[in-house]
Ligand binder design. Structure first.
Ligand code: NCD
Length: 306
């Protein structure tokens, strides 16, 4: 099984991943957090773009499942010497990996990698394309907090234009029955958005009746050479930045990280009780263990937590 887009999964498959994640979350609370499920299997994490949470959680997920895990990172890989993605994947294929987890600055890179390997490929973020495992961990966090996802109202706010998280979350959240709206200044809403058939709002008053406010980072590093979409980060944070008093009692705040404290949200909101940011990170480890397990499920004989 490959996981390239959130659309690769049916609702039943997502529910199944969450049932597995429940088991892995329980394992994370044990004094000894390792199970032999993927013993003798090889997981290669290829991260050709910066990452803290996604890389560390995939690495730990593989290790807690007892797989042999190696990590190839951008600046220290031969990509910095001019090697093509095809040659990197063909080289790694010589080790006969079972799973390749890949983050890459170009849209479609993970799908292309599937052509050169027999391993399961997991997309850990491809440029402004998709980030399906982030969507799954966000859904799992929401399920842990709210139980039933049907009819939950979520606003995704900020730099939708360059956000692979917004893309995967929009499609995945709707698939699970969540009512999604997008909120941000017109310059941060992608052209052609009408094809997504989603409500768009250009005002923070659109947050008043939602259960969850999902904030995005201003991803300026992806804007290379283009006109900045906002006059300055200071102005953006004054108009669009969220602080505790703008969040109603009972509303929750999510963010995929990395957070820019003081830009899309104030420093005190990051640490507020209504913030699920670290809950998302905790969910991420369990969900990524479930994803690695599921990629190989057909070829495994033991129960996941055995
Ligand atoms: C996101 C990403 O890399 O797309 N972060 C993450 O995976 N936790 C969002 C971002 O970079 O702002």
């Amino acid at each position: 099984m490959h996981l390239i887009s959130i659309d690769d999964l049916s609702t039943a498959e997502i529910d199944n991943l969450f049932a597995l994640s429940d088991g892995f979350l329980e394992i994370a609370s044990r004094p000894i957090k390792k199970v032999p499920t993927l013993r003798g299997r090889t997981v290669i994490n290829v991260f050709l773009e910066a990452s803290t949470r996604t890389q560390s959680s995939f690495e730990l997920a593989g290790k807690r499942l007892s797989a042999d895990v190696i990590n190839i990172k951008g600046s220290s890989s031969s990509v910095s010497k001019g090697e093509s993605l095809k040659d990197t994947i063909l080289t790694l294929e010589s080790y006969r990996p079972d799973i390749i987890v890949m983050r890459h600055p170009q849209v479609g890179a993970s799908r292309m990698a599937t052509r050169y390997t027999n391993a399961s490929v997991v997309n850990a973020g491809d440029g402004t394309g998709e980030h399906p495992t982030q969507c799954l961990l966000d859904l799992y966090s929401l399920r842990r907090v709210y139980g039933d996802l049907q009819g939950l109202k979520v606003a995704i706010v900020g730099d939708i234009l360059r956000s692979r998280v917004a893309r995967s979350d929009l499609f995945g959240f709707r698939k699970m029955g969540i009512d999604v709206r997008l909120v941000g200044p017109p310059t941060l809403i992608p052209p052609g958005i009408e094809y997504w058939d989603v409500p768009i709002h250009h005002d923070l008053s659109a947050l008043e009746d939602v259960d969850v406010i999902y904030l995005l980072r201003m991803q300026l590093e992806r804007a290379k050479g283009k006109v900045p979409p906002v006059p300055s980060l200071r102005e953006y944070s004054r108009v669009w930045g969220l602080s505790p008093y703008k969040v109603k009692p009972g509303q929750r705040v999510m963010h995929p990280g990395p957070v820019n404290r003081g830009v899309e949200l104030s420093a005190d909101l990051v640490d507020d009780d209504r913030s699920l940011i670290l809950h998302q990170v905790e969910s991420g480890l369990a969900v990524r263990m479930a994803i690695l397990y599921q990629c190989l499920a057909g070829s495994l004989t033991d129960e996941p937590g055995a």
